[in-house]
Design a binder for this molecule. Structure first.
Ligand SMILES: Nc1nc2c(ncn2[C@@H]2O[C@H](COP(=O)(O)OP(=O)(O)OP(=O)(O)O)[C@@H](O)[C@H]2O)c(=O)[nH]1
Ligand SMILES: [Mg+2]
Length: 417
């Protein structure tokens, strides 16, 4: 995938909050994205400015400075850590003798390189064309400047010569083909549902270890590597030796600053997520930005209407952190199920497998008089599943619905109607 001599690029960030931790992290991530796309970022330019410039996004002086640097240093691509408007790209191109791309285009470029399934490829091309179409609107711009992303990938040379009408035709065709593949996929999924197979989906920030974990849980051989967006196509595998049939699927990772039109390119993944009975949210416990990454993932899940889905937090990569850090995470996720694991070294995978099965078990209804302490603990873990009918001094009378094996431990407190 990497070219023999990587293209040289510079990264540009406008820091409207003076270079906050979040802004710095975003820029560092842009470097990682560029590396994933096979380009070498040789320098970063940052500008602190309360507001973006309407015409150039950054200040025109800064744009000139970058232009001179690009000229002297043979820079092929200038990557902005934000979305640029079509006219900003146009104006910047007048001052900077290099290809101007933004974060979304960079991500799309990685997708274009990594997509392997037919549907994945169609989705990426569709997203690229949709992204480029507005840039053509009323611009009369030189079409060759719209060469997608980095190098020669993305819509090929000939496609670039298409006019808007033909791009729209191509978009229609792609959409039709994708719909056909989607129907096929939904048929497969329905078959799975009919066979009463429980579905769990691995979700999480990119590079958190989802594919490594899938391999551990199911013996699959999904590609795992230290790079962003290694997985694009969902892969579903049966969990061996489970008490109930469970299929676990790997999905594309999430990342901050993921624009809506890009989310469509994840459609296959996202359907797996919506169809899942249980989400395994994999977090990289060793990443200093883990909390922010969790927020990003939660945001995307909310956009998908999956905010209320049942979830297990899998705190991964614990081999890299001190026990205290794991404890801090456990405190943070108090009230939710969190299982610390090391997917790479296979630590605590049994515990996770057990937890997954427990979450998927059939629920059992009961009425009980629970000691307050037990009620408090259960209520924290299964909010909403226990309805308190009466609070006594030591006991709470409840009506509840809990996973069979948990309910069974409470049998001695059951009361008859
Ligand atoms: N130290 C350590 N490294 C891990 C662990 N789990 C995964 N990794 C490493 O983290 C990197 C990313 O792992 P992947 O499984 O590819 O992560 P992913 O979430 O599938 O990533 P994308 O598909 O790119 O979104 C790889 O280099 C793994 O070897 C772990 O428990 N400990
Ligand atoms: Mg992966």
């Amino acid at each position: 995938m990497m070219k023999a001599v990587p293209e040289k690029a510079v990264a540009v960030a406008l820091w409207q909050r003076g270079g906050s931790a979040e802004e710095e992290m975003s820029l560092a991530e842009l470097h990682n994205l560029a590396r994933a796309a096979g380009v070498q970022v040789v320098r970063s330019f940052t500008q602190i400015r309360p507001q973006a410039d309407k015409r150039y996004y950054i200040g025109p002086g800064k744009a000139q400075e970058i232009g001179a640097y690009a000229e002297e240093n043979n820079i092929a691509t200038v990557i902005f850590d934000s979305e640029l408007s079509p006219s900003q790209v146009n104006n910047l191109e007048r001052l900077i003798p290099a290809k101007i791309i933004d974060r979304s285009e960079l991500i799309l470029d990685i997708f274009a390189q990594r997509a392997t399934s037919k549907e994945g490829k169609l989705q990426v091309e569709l997203a690229q064309l949709k992204y480029q179409l507005p840039k053509l609107m009323g611009k009369g711009r030189d079409l060759s400047r719209l060469a997608g992303g980095i190098g020669t990938r993305g819509p090929g040379e000939t496609k670039l010569e298409m006019d808007r009408r033909r791009i729209r035709q191509r978009i229609d065709l792609l959409e039709r083909q994708i719909r056909r593949l989607e129907r096929h996929r939904s048929l497969l999924r329905k078959q799975r549902e009919k066979r009463d197979v429980f579905q769990a989906a691995l979700v999480g920030y990119t590079n958190s270890g989802k594919s490594t974990l899938l391999n551990q849980l199911t013996g699959a051989d999904a590609l795992a590597a230290d790079a962003l967006f290694v997985t694009l196509d969902p892969l579903a595998r049966k969990m061996p030796a489970a008490r109930i049939p469970i299929v676990i699927s790997d999905t594309v990772g999430f990342i901050s600053g993921l624009p809506h039109h890009l989310i469509a390119a994840f459609k296959a993944t996202l359907e797996e997520v919506s169809a899942a009975d249980l989400l395994l949210h994999v977090i990289d416990a060793s990443d200093p930005n883990v909390e922010r990454q969790v927020q990003e993932v939660d945001k995307v899940l909310a956009q998908l209407g999956c905010a209320d889905k049942e979830r297990i937090i899998v705190a991964n990569k614990i081999d890299l952190v001190a026990p205290q850090a794991v404890q801090n995470l456990a405190n943070k996720f108090r009230g939710m199920t969190m299982v610390p694991v090391s997917a790479l070294h296979g630590a605590n995978i049994d515990k996770l497998a057990e937890e997954i099965q427990r979450h998927m078990e059939p629920m059992v209804r009961f009425r009980a008089l629970l000691p307050r302490k037990i009620f408090g603990r259960l209520n924290a873990a299964y909010a909403g599943n226990l309805i308190p009918l009466e609070f006594g001094e030591d006991y709470v009378r409840v009506e509840g619905e809990l996973p069979g094996s948990v309910a069974a431990t409470l049998a001695k407190y059951y009361v008859k109607e």
